[in-house]
Design a binder for this molecule. Sequence first.
Ligand code: NAD
Length: 310
Amino acid sequence: MAILITGGAGFLGSHLAKRLIDAQKEVVIFDKNPKKLHLKEASEKVTLIKGDVANLRALEKVCEDYQFEAVFHLAALLPPNTEEDPYKAFKVNVEGTLNILTIAEKYNIKNVIYPSSATVFGPDRTPPFTEEDLRDPWTFYSSYKICTEIIGSIYSKKFQLNFRAVRFPVVVGPGRNPFLGITKYPTQMIEEAVKGKPYVAEVAPDTRVPIIFVDDAVQILINLWRSKDIQFEIVNVDGIWVTAQEIAEGIKKIIPTAEITFKPAENEHVQQILSGVQKHKQEGVATFRGERMLEEILNEYISRRKEEKF
Ligand SMILES: NC(=O)c1ccc[n+]([C@@H]2O[C@H](COP(=O)([O-])OP(=O)(O)OC[C@H]3O[C@@H](n4cnc5c(N)ncnc54)[C@H](O)[C@@H]3O)[C@@H](O)[C@H]2O)c1
């Protein structure tokens, strides 16, 4: 049986595809822009299908051609695109997810793994949060994440699907588009330093956000699929909490010529996301925490970028 990755040509999807291929899995990527796939060695071993998750018929056709044991549903629009065109984003992010759940039920795909976002808690509240805490987002993007988490939970109860939504903090790693997402500055700092360009971060140096390395995020997606005994649909993921200053200093240890300065924007707090987990529902059954600390994240990221693996 194969594994379907929607949005598999994107940042998280490419890394996930590589990991699954290394584990000898048959991987089918369904993406509106499949040519984006970063991992050259992966592109020869996956089946790439160009298509739109908002098109139910196109998804049905794929399910008629392949038999899937799991779908990792990663196709989505990210900010600022979601905020600039909320109607289009609703179609892709909400209707697209409903379509995935529909095909999962119709074609007996038992596992649907879905990255939600720690931004569901909003920028105005104090972490840490439990999964049930009040969600108070400020963006269309995050409101659509909440909506789809709920739709997934309903499918899970109604049709005995294993729907698992994982609320990631800021995922960093090679291959991430530095212009997408609510919290962009960690990626932009690293990318500009690698290119030898000066960078002005529009945040205060003491701004703290939780980050997770992409390899750890991928491992968590796989754990969620593999852990048969997890009894819940939605899980928070904790990252390591780092200030913008700490990231800049870490980069300078590896690239001493990096020029990073700070000029906080007026709406700086919108750049911050809040996450954090006090207690997992099933602590001990699985780990939902990134393992890599800042130094390791920066070393891995920068060395892979320099080797031009992306
Ligand atoms: N990167 C992060 O920090 C982060 C954090 C939390 C959650 N997430 C979630 O993880 C998922 C993947 O994010 P990413 O960072 O890899 O983003 P990305 O933009 O790199 O990847 C998204 C992929 O979806 C594809 N896509 C967009 N619209 C589509 C459509 N209509 N039909 C089919 N494919 C379509 C894009 O072509 C792209 O390849 C998203 O759901 C995102 O919300 C990401």
